[in-house]
Design a protein around this ligand. Structure first.
Ligand SMILES: [Zn+2]
Length: 154
């Protein structure tokens, strides 16, 4: 069974289990993206997420320089984004989440290597602290606006 088929089944099972949460059409499947506000990143990330999780829609939560979010000392900003992610999971039964960083980011102007480290750190934090119960992937959108998977926890 391919990864795509596996997640298609999981999302349909989740739909059946939690259908009481909200009335949705059975084909309305979702995954969640935590991405930069940068318009250049939206299409490649959405395309990758739809293909990877075999979903019809991608709930997208954006902040400038999203991959730097968890370095905000106060934690307030992180809490807001976490609430939005939980909303997507609870209301739309999202079956996977991606944390994104990208080339030429005005909101987080650091090197590619530093972006990758921040994305990995963010993913590990989501897994240990947010405990969403769905697969977490870290994506870097490179200088050609292609996706590089830098973290994967299924
Ligand atoms: Zn950016």
């Amino acid at each position: 069974m391919t990864f795509k088929e596996k997640y298609s089944i999981i999302s349909k099972v989740l739909f059946k289990i939690k259908n009481g949460a909200k009335k949705m059409h059975k084909d309305d499947t979702f995954a969640t993206a935590l991405n930069c506000i940068d318009g250049r990143t939206q299409e490649p990330v959405t395309k990758w997420v739809k293909e990877q999780f075999n979903v019809k829609y991608v709930d997208t939560i954006t902040e400038p320089g999203m991959d730097n979010l968890t370095n905000d000392g106060s934690g307030l900003h992180e809490e807001t984004v976490q609430k939005k992610a939980l909303f997507s999971i609870e209301k739309h039964l999202s079956c996977g989440i991606v944390i994104c960083g990208h080339h030429d980011c005005a909101g987080n102007p650091i090197s590619k290597e530093e972006h990758i480290e921040e994305i990995k750190e963010f993913c590990r934090k989501v897994l240990s602290k947010w405990q969403l119960g769905i697969p977490v992937f870290g994506l870097f959108v490179n200088e050609d606006w292609n996706i590089e998977v830098v973290y994967s926890e299924k």
